[in-house]
Design a binder for this molecule. Structure first.
Ligand code: MIC
Ligand code: SF4
Length: 770
């Protein structure tokens, strides 16, 4: 099946035609099978089923799918490639690309930061480039741009399916593709030629009526959706957008909405193929893809009957009227805390949040398209003309080299620079905590301060590592407006700002340009295709490296129930992947399991109080070996060295956020065997299972409260683990008293084998060896 052959800088039309060729037959057969019309997501998924006869019950059955491509970013690709290497194959079985975007630290400006990154990360970049070349993967050098922007520009196509080792992979839904974020182990399944296994999703329909106008942007749609559905409301579901409002959005605007669907936990989000998508394909040099999509356009949208009566076909339908939707801003600390921009000032006062904005940041995979930049730049240009200067430091990160070169050519970067903005490297930068604020003389770390960004996540410490920073997420144009006003207490729709001459001026409505009139300027060529034969390439991993470490297989389950497990951590409240395995300074250890385990649970808020009732410091807990109070990573290391297995307890939506499998590999490496939570985020739950851990949810969420600090936990009946059957957890109190309660799991038959084998990877290895 090696259509992989040289992985190129774009998806070959032959691959796309191959996908379109089977649509008539498979979609037709599925309509007959279900006896009803189909939604768009159903059509694309059905066309990618590994075998057509699988059971397809929404929210119930696990299915095997065949994605067309795999994309990985540098921070997650290291672990994924290290796992792939142990599988003993010569070549990836599906076109795969590696993108260097997360490891570039934002400090001074784009050029200097990129040079510093190339220097500091040399070993990791060399590894990723050589491992890609060795096994037939394409490599996008640092400076190429953020993975999702590059995928949208080069690889995504309507009706296609891609998985990516990053939770914002759904960005590709903006072009009409099923694009799903996964952990590295899932990617390795596909790279080694196995299907990708996922739960057949539920479907949420979002009908957009009216059309966007004024200051309201695509970002406001997803901020609104996040408010309605909350951070876990999309779990296990694909969100499909439709309606006249959907057709009024640009392709990159649609991508913004799908991208941030990650924040509601959705499996992915998708829009139907339309003229805007065709325009984008043509403008990014993919005329023939648009022509091919035109020929199957009826398969690239939901059936008419579905659109006429959505409530009959979706599990939930939400309607948003774009005519009346106003600009929103979400935060702090959670991406689903929304309100209208104009209401934030009063709310900040009430909560004692500082009103001054200490930094304003535009960019990220969510909002760095040409259109985004033109809308924000129109405000910047007007501000300069009206004698306004930014009252806040402003940072801009272009999403890709292509966007950067184009906005430079079109004079848009200069509009920001005229306001004193710093243009950062084409990368994630501050969005992933790679933000060194030491160059800001007026900012002192550890002081309460407010930042506004056009990013997507705003968990504490996410951007600058400072727990005192409150981050608010909004559209790029609103970010600029707040930077000009310098305060949260500003509504660009109604308020004025005092200019340098002391006059009160108001801001006009932002004006965007969907696509560059002169076409995109590709900028510097940053793609490295793999050689025709990479087998002679040596992928060296030095045993003394502190950045990279070869993996050792996790040991298989010994067939015994887990008993007498201490509780390493019981987390209270948010327990996102940022709390479990922090990014920022720790990103540099993403290829070294032992070293990165030094960050395990550092952000966790301990649910237990100390004996005197006081709170633990975040990241600290009590050792059951000697009663001492230590940081969680040290406790975990002590248990590991003492050969003690342990359990982790989580609250709601444990593992929300990122796809990083380090959040599952670290506990597993340190002898964690069971995770019990009120609920899990999809990718994290899968990651835990893949690495051989047992994720369980309390059948009665109140049982969470029954677990105390010095308890010992047993999990009964593991040998008879059966899909759909509860598992009994037994808790022994220090007094000797025991209580037990039922928990649920979501293991399928096949997934139970992952746990028994010690990890899913052990199964792949056994299969490729045999
Ligand atoms: C993020 O936005 O949190 C990241 C960094 O892109 C992650 C991936 C990672 O942790 O490497 C994600 O969202 O999956
Ligand atoms: Fe990068 Fe931020 Fe996008 Fe994650 S959300 S891929 S860190 S830009």
């Amino acid at each position: 099946m090696l259509q992989v052959m040289a992985v190129a800088a774009s998806t070959p039309i032959e691959l796309i035609n191959g996908v379109y060729a089977t649509m008539d037959e498979r979609i037709g057969a599925a309509r007959k099978r279900f006896g009803r019309p189909l939604t768009l997501a159903e059509k694309i998924l059905i066309n990618h089923l590994d075998s057509p006869d699988q059971e397809l019950e929404r929210g119930e059955s696990y299915v095997d799918l065949r994605p067309d491509r795999v994309a990985m970013q540098d921070a997650t690709a290291q672990m994924a490639w290290l796992q792939f290497m142990t599988a003993g194959l010569d070549e990836v079985q599906v076109p795969t690309t590696t993108h260097c975007d997360h490891l570039i630290q934002a400090r001074v400006d784009g050029k200097r930061d990129l040079m510093a990154a190339v220097d500091n990360n040399e070993e990791v970049y060399d590894f990723l480039e050589s491992v890609s070349a060795r096994y037939g993967g394409g490599f996008w050098k640092p400076g190429s741009g953020i993975i999702h922007q590059v995928v949208l520009e080069q690889y995504a196509f309507p009706g296609g399916m891609i998985i990516g080792t990053d939770s914002h992979t759904p960005n590709g839904g903006g072009i009409g593709m099923i694009a799903v974020g996964v952990g590295g182990a899932d990617a390795v399944d596909v790279m080694t030629g196995f299907p990708w296994n996922v739960k057949w999703p539920k479907l949420i329909g979002v009908e957009l009526t009216g059309s966007l106008n004024g200051w309201t942007a695509p970002k406001d749609i997803i901020l609104k959706v996040a408010e309605i559905l909350t951070v876990k409301g999309g779990t296990g579901a694909i969100v499909e957008y439709f309606g006249e409002g959907a057709n009024s959005l640009s392709c990159t605007g649609k991508a913004t909405i799908c991208n941030m669907g990650a924040e509601i936990g959705a499996t992915t989000s998708v829009f139907a193929y339309d003229d805007a998508i065709a325009r984008y394909l043509k403008s990014t040099g993919r005329e023939e893809v648009a022509d091919a999509a035109d020929a199957v356009a009826h398969h690239l949208r939901a059936d008419d009957e579905v659109l006429a009566d959505p409530a009959d076909f979706y599990d939930q339908v939400i309607e948003i009227d774009l005519d009346t939707l106003t600009p929103h801003i979400n935060g702090p600390h959670t991406p689903d805390l929304a309100r209208e921009v104009g209401a934030l000032g009063a709310e900040a006062r009430e909560n004692g949040w500082p009103l001054d904005v200490s930094a304003a940041l535009i960019g990220s995979c969510t909002n760095s398209s040409y259109e985004d930049i033109t809308r924000a730049a129109s405000i910047a240009r007007e501000a300069t003309a009206k004698g306004l200067t930014a009252k806040t430091r402003l940072w801009v990160t272009p999403g890709s080299e292509q966007v950067r070169a184009t906005i430079e050519r079109d004079g848009l970067l200069q509009d920001f620079e005229a306001l004193g903005a710093v243009v950062l490297a084409n990368a994630c930068g501050p969005c992933i905590g790679q933000w060194d604020r030491s160059e800001e003389p007026e900012h002192e770390r550890g002081t309460p301060n407010v930042i506004v960004t056009s990013y997507n996540r705003n968990f504490p410490k996410r951007n600058d590592g400072d727990p005192e920073t409150l981050a608010f997420v909004t559209s790029p144009e609103t970010v600029i407006a707040l930077a000009l006003a310098g305060t949260l207490d500003f509504d660009p729709l109604t308020d004025t700002i005092t200019n340098d001459a002391g006059e009160e001026v108001s801001l006009s409505t932002p004006v965007g340009i969907e696509l560059p009139e002169a076409g995109f300027d590709p900028g510097e060529d940053t793609f490295v295709p793999p050689p025709a034969d990479g087998s002679a390439i040596d992928v060296g991993v030095s045993p003394t490296s502190d950045r990279l470490q070869l993996l050792e297989a996790f040991t298989p389950w010994d067939g015994e129930d887990y008993t007498d497990l201490p509780v390493l951590v019981k987390a209270q409240g948010k327990f996102t992947t940022d709390h479990i395995s922090m990014a920022g300074p720790w990103l540099k250890y993403r290829g070294h399991l032992e070293n990165i385990s030094g960050n395990l649970y550092l952000g966790a808020v301990n649910a237990f109080r100390k004996d005197d009732g006081a709170e633990y410091e975040v990241g600290y807990g009590k050792s059951q070996l000697d009663g001492s109070i230590k940081r969680f990573p040290e406790l975990a290391k002590d248990y590991h060295e003492a050969g003690v297995q342990w359990v982790v307890i989580g609250d709601e939506n444990m593992g929300e956020g990122s796809s990083r499998e380090h959040a599952a590999m670290e506990p597993r490496f340190r002898n964690g065997v069971v995770a019990i939570a009120r609920s899990f985020a999809r990718i994290h739950e899968t990651n835990l299972k893949k690495q051989g851990m047992v994720p369980l949810t309390f059948a009665d969420p109140a049982d969470y409260d029954r677990i105390e600090e010095d308890d010992r936990i047993a999990v009964r009946g593991l040998a008879d683990l059966t899909p759909g059957e509860p598992v009994t957890v037994e808790v022994t109190k220090p007094s000797g008293e025991t209580i037990s309660f039922p928990t649920n799991h979501t293991f399928s038959e096949d997934q139970i084998e992952w746990f028994k084998a010690g990890s899913a990877l052990n199964i792949i290895k056994a299969r490729s060896a045999g």
